[in-house]
Design a protein around this ligand. Sequence first.
Ligand SMILES: C[S@@+](CC[C@H](N)C(=O)[O-])C[C@H]1O[C@@H](n2cnc3c(N)ncnc32)[C@H](O)[C@@H]1O
Length: 243
Amino acid sequence: MPKNYFDERVAEGYDSSSEDAFEPTFVDSVVNFLADLAGDGAALEFGIGTGRIALPLSQRGVRVHGIDLSSAMVARLRAKPGGDEIGVTIGDFATTRVDGTFRLVYLVYNTISNLTTQDEQVECFRNAAEHLAPDGRFVIELFVPVLQRLPPGETVRAFTVSPTRLGFDEYDVATQTLISHHYWVVEGQLEVLSVPFRYVWPSELDLMARLAGMTLLERWSDWNRRPFTGYSTAHVSVWEKTG
Ligand SMILES: C[S@@+](CC[C@H](N)C(=O)[O-])C[C@H]1O[C@@H](n2cnc3c(N)ncnc32)[C@H](O)[C@@H]1O
């Protein structure tokens, strides 16, 4: 089982960790996109967390099930209105199988990169495909690696600098991994957290999809279907089960 980085301390602050990700208009755009794909079928969220997306999607009438490693994150989901109506299986979304088939499997907010090896990411695509009904869809939202911003010989890039919060990504281009180092101050005390990720290119994800019997259907730079270009910093990709 992969290490669980979303322990009690992280889960406690998760829902206030990003204003942008929880902003209602943004959440609506994600839910609209996913609800369209789910239609009258069921949806499975890999890494359901505290239900940021699963809860409003379920309130839209889509039956949602989730998989997550972290009991602490899922406890937050359970404590919210409607949270006890969503089925959750505690486990690794690269390998955990749940009953039933789904019209939609989705993995948002960069969470594929929490799997730190290529093998685990390939397994995750296989696991998504195994849960999908014929012509079902798999959706990923992920950042585009920012290697163009990393000068030759440099390995560290700051992603946030403020009087109370610092964050640095430390890259290893040989292994295609990065470690995000977070430092923040709570009541005068320094808190520290370092989390490893495997960054991955859209084209490599397409190959993983092919290995799992899926083909690319759509790729956008955001949930409002803005075109994906060489300047896009993120993508929302949709693969269809074909095999
Ligand atoms: C960045 S949070 C995203 C939560 C939620 N999807 C959202 O959009 O707010 C990542 C979630 O994925 C879970 N997670 C990370 N790696 C996992 C794995 N291999 N298997 C299952 N859950 C995992 C974490 O516990 C955490 O709840």
